[in-house]
Unconditional design. Structure first.
Length: 96
């Protein structure tokens, strides 16, 4: 009975590890295609954003935000924390 239990435990962990690898693979692919941002990809894979960045780097996938992504982030912060017309005008200038 003990041997059967050990065998079941091993097969369970093999399946869990396979699922983890599968989710990481899918997350990297979705990020590379632009279907997920880095936070969403990391969450799907079950790892931290830092670990996701390291994995993308290991795979040769660029994870640096574009200038447009940076401007989008600035606008999101303005939406969340209050309006600042000076900053919005600067963002609009760079979007042209």
């Amino acid at each position: 009975m003990r041997r059967k239990r050990a065998s079941l435990d091993a097969s369970f962990w093999i399946n869990v590890c396979g699922l983890t690898r599968f989710r990481l693979e899918r997350a990297c692919e979705a990020y590379a295609r632009g279907e997920a941002d880095i936070t969403s990809a990391a969450r799907y894979a079950g790892i931290s954003v830092t670990q996701m960045m390291e994995e993308l780097e290991r795979r040769g996938i660029n994870h640096s935000p574009s200038f447009e992504d940076f401007l989008d982030g600035l606008e999101s912060l303005l939406d969340m924390f209050g309006e600042d017309e000076k900053v919005r005008s600067i963002i609009a200038k760079y979007r042209k």
